[in-house]
Design a protein around this ligand. Sequence first.
Ligand code: AP5
Length: 209
Amino acid sequence: MRMILVGPPGAGKGTQAAALKEKLGVPHISSGDMLREAIEEGTALGKEAAGFMSRGDLVPDETVIGLVCERLLKADCARGFLLDGFPRTRRQAEALDVALEAKGLKIDAVLMIDVPENLLIDRMTGRRLDPKTGRIYHMSFTPPPQDIVPRLVHRPDDTVDAAQVRLGKYRRDTQPIIPYYEEKGLLRRVSGVGEPPAITRAIFAVLEL
Ligand code: AP5
């Protein structure tokens, strides 16, 4: 299956992607994770992206389109993929369609995780990432075991100020891709409010997995 996860920042896309990836047996391709890796490695791409990301701005379309479309050509994507954080603009959505069509492929489903805006800032500011396992925690909602707390990472864009910029970008640039996929009959919606395992079950149900 070739699918896309969409939803506002902090909606739980990364959290749910971990369960979906297991279920579908396809790679989880997160544009945000790829960009953070490039920053960590100090590549030219990482240097370009770092400023945009820490402010909460989007990285330019051309840069992200090249990065993700190249990744989709790798052998592990032959049986499908789970895209998270891409596409995020109408231009990225159209570029993805062109890249897939060139290989005779298409998107099978787009899953929208809906969470009211008033819950999102707390989710982002309380988030911590485990660099060792890749697991996503929240200091209040899904607290980590005490012994791993010292190694957890707080994302530089998980401040209140950057989170507000990200929400604004989501409203302006990303929400317009929802009707794009709705018109194609690909959009499925789930509520992202509740315990993560219950949301996973709702996702499997809506996707008939
Ligand atoms: P990216 O990494 O894609 O971030 P995002 O889309 O803003 O999404 P998040 O990672 O913030 O949230 P999420 O929905 O994955 O939530 P999570 O599961 O972690 O992008 C970061 C930046 O990179 C962008 O701002 C931009 O600069 C750049 N970028 C990336 N892609 C780009 C693109 N295509 N074009 C241009 N620029 C791009 O959950 C959040 C928290 O909530 C966690 O603490 C979690 O434990 C908790 N949580 C999860 N589910 C629940 C629940 N059900 N109840 C309570 N808490 C929960």
